[in-house]
Design a protein around this ligand. Structure first.
Ligand code: HEM
Length: 144
């Protein structure tokens, strides 16, 4: 029993000294690395600007309630990146069906997002981490 306690305390000490990851100093989530709520709001507003100025895709949003889109996208990004939100919008399939969104449209929107992340000076690693979370969605959003 005593030996067991000694081993545990040695393990804890090693953990604290050698491996900061073992202690309570957890790595910041992607949500935090993106600047938390204000960072994501700026990201979404930047993306709206990119969409508005992209003649390849802006027509898809002609009848969209932009206020809702803005709020839902921010909530979704917060949820996806480990923030304190729960996405309450429609599924990607529900919200994009009928818009005839091509893979080229999808790429155009993602290119816009990359522009915004560059402007916000988000590190390449964090840009890639966000893109990796979004990439699997293309099959529910675009028809090819
Ligand atoms: C990673 C890519 C994308 C994500 C994460 C995403 C996310 C979202 C979200 C969260 C909504 C709101 C859903 C709701 O109202 O409940 C939405 C709606 C919408 N998205 Fe996307 N989207 C993506 C790609 C695209 C692309 C490529 C297009 C077109 C070029 C597009 C066009 C639209 C439109 C038009 C709406 C509004 C639908 C409506 O008016 O009801 N999205 N999207």
């Amino acid at each position: 029993m005593v030996k067991h306690r000694w081993f545990n305390s040695m393990l804890l000490s090693a953990c604290l000294v050698l491996l900061p990851g073992c202690s309570n100093t957890a790595q910041p989530s992607l949500y935090q690395r993106l600047g938390a709520e204000p960072g994501i709001a700026t990201l979404v507003d930047g993306l709206l600007f990119e969409i508005e100025h992209d003649q390849r895709i802006v027509h898809h949003f002609a009848d969209t309630d932009i206020g809702r889109f803005r709020a839902m996208l921010a909530e979704q990004l917060c949820d996806l990146t480990g923030g304190p939100c729960q996405y309450s919008g429609s599924t990607m399939q529900q919200s994009h069906t009928g818009f005839n969104i091509s893979l080229a449209d999808y790429d155009a929107l993602v290119a816009g997002l990359i522009n915004v992340m560059q402007r916000q000076q988000i590190s390449i690693a964090d840009q890639n981490a966000l893109l990796a979370l979004l990439a699997p969605m293309y099959k529910d959003i675009s028809y090819r």
